[in-house]
Design a protein around this ligand. Structure first.
Ligand code: MG
Length: 228
């Protein structure tokens, strides 16, 4: 088959391999750490709805790259998250089999225009313009499961200019990796190349021009991003 066009192909480096990971969809889970729900003003942290949104594939920003603050926001914020890279096609996946679909993991930063999100929430509008922007998803090199194993706990941390802003443990995720994969696959067929952001712990905050972000998760490749 031939094509009339050549859209950009977005891919992520893989630790220890020369081949890269071609990106398909980017799914993002919200409200997955209770302390973050509290800082966002949610009163009920017992009954947690399944909150899902998507980012375009060209949201991907690789390690050591720059991100420009969009001109339409006054409050551009960081959210460090465990990222799942999907390696296998599947739908209606059970939690029991969900980890078979994990190719590897990365450290991701869900960059968010918090002022636009707050306004959208008030008006009952979608979060698209607050969350689903180009260059809004920095992602570190992928560590394959064969190197890091399946992640159920471990430190997750983000610093801005060497000051720790977010620090938690993956064990505090309300929905663990297998539950997230199972839940998404009830609505969407997952494909190799899909990326899943799994929600952020407390400590999200505003970014300024010139900031240097360093985000890390135990056992994974870290990511450094500068803001401009
Ligand atoms: Mg997020």
């Amino acid at each position: 088959m031939s094509f009339i066009n050549t859209p950009p192909q977005i891919s992520i480096p893989i630790k220890g391999k020369s081949a890269t990971f071609l990106v398909h969809q980017i799914y993002c889970v919200g409200r997955n750490y209770r302390k973050h729900m509290v800082e966002m003003g949610y009163k009920d942290t017992k009954q947690v709805p399944f909150v899902l949104f998507l980012k375009p594939s060209d949201a991907v920003v690789l390690n050591n790259q720059e991100v420009f603050i969009p001109k339409f926001t006054e409050n551009f914020q960081h959210e460090v998250e465990l990222v799942i890279a999907i390696g296998k096609e599947g739908e209606n996946i059970s939690e029991k089999h969900a980890l078979d679909f994990v190719y590897g993991y990365s450290v991701g930063i869900d960059l968010t225009c918090r002022d636009l999100q707050t306004d959208a929430k008030k008006k009952g509008r979608p979060w698209t313009l607050a969350k689903s922007l180009q260059y809004s998803a920095p992602i570190s090199d992928i560590t394959p499961v064969e190197k890091c194993g399946y992640l159920h706990e471990g430190k997750i941390q983000l610093s801005v200019n060497d000051n720790i802003r977010q620090k938690s443990n993956l064990k505090h995720m309300i929905r663990p990796v297998q539950k997230i994969i199972s839940d998404i696959s009830q609505f969407y067929t997952l494909y190799p190349g899909d990326i899943i952001f799994t929600g952020t712990p407390a400590g999200v905050g505003k970014l300024e021009k010139g900031d240097c972000i360093y985000a890390e998760i135990d056992g994974l490749e870290p990511i450094t991003i500068t803001i401009n």
